[in-house]
Design a protein around this ligand. Sequence first.
Ligand code: AMP
Length: 284
Amino acid sequence: MIVVPAIAEMRDAIARARATGARVGFVPTMGALHDGHLSLVRRARTDAQVVVMSIFVNPLQFGPAEDLSRYPRPVAKDDGLARDAGVDFLFRPGTAEMYSEDRAITVSGGDLASRWEGEVRPGHFEGVLTVVAKLFNIVQPDFAVFGQKDLQQSALVKAMVRDLDMPLEIVLAPIVREHDGLAISSRNRYLAAADRNRAILLHESLAAAKVAFDGGERNARALETIGRQVLESDGVLHADYFAIVNSATFEPVETVAWGAAAIVAARIGTTRLIDNMSFGDDEG
Ligand code: AMP
């Protein structure tokens, strides 16, 4: 594995790989790698001769009150995990390499970026889309793999690729969970023991809605009520939102059909967790 800190160097490496006819797969991350990230690398490996991972803690997507400075950056550990998972090039630029002082352009996600996560975290998705567009232009992959864990983010990236005619494919990979169902996240490490136990309520609330859906319930409001009751059953946790949405537009649906997803976000102590589950396929 070659660690690449500079944009020009990354472009040269990709040009050389392409000259051999290699198909390039790309996995963008913010590091603090865990099994969720590594599953994306494995997915990329199945369909690419060259796999590029980026690790960049993108300041543009953190709000002023968010955890940019305390976001974990275990450099040596990440190197080992990425290498063992089969990453060929690890693109790890510094902030100055990515953002010049005179930069003027950002990518906006419109309505899709202003709902749910976008409403709670103003400017977040603009930061995500801007950095992802830059990374796509730098790495120029044939395809990029994103986790269903951040479903609204992947819907926005797909919409950006479609609307801006970016020449790559977006692949969505299933959520990797802990043994008890908690979706693996770099932020789980911030949870105190009692909160860690409580955190499984996110997955349990989604699973309860899915059980009702599988049992024939198609009314979205009824499914939301079921999910919210489970989420708030210990009297401590409160949902930022629990909703059934169209997983492409993220608009709420009335009647649940194939392509809908339950999405949930809750704050536990100072940590904010999100999760989701699709209806109509086996992912979950
Ligand atoms: P992050 O480093 O948090 O920006 O995440 C980088 C990528 O890993 C995104 O595409 C996430 O959706 C994906 N990801 C994070 N956690 C998981 C998980 N538990 N399962 C699958 N993918 C994940």
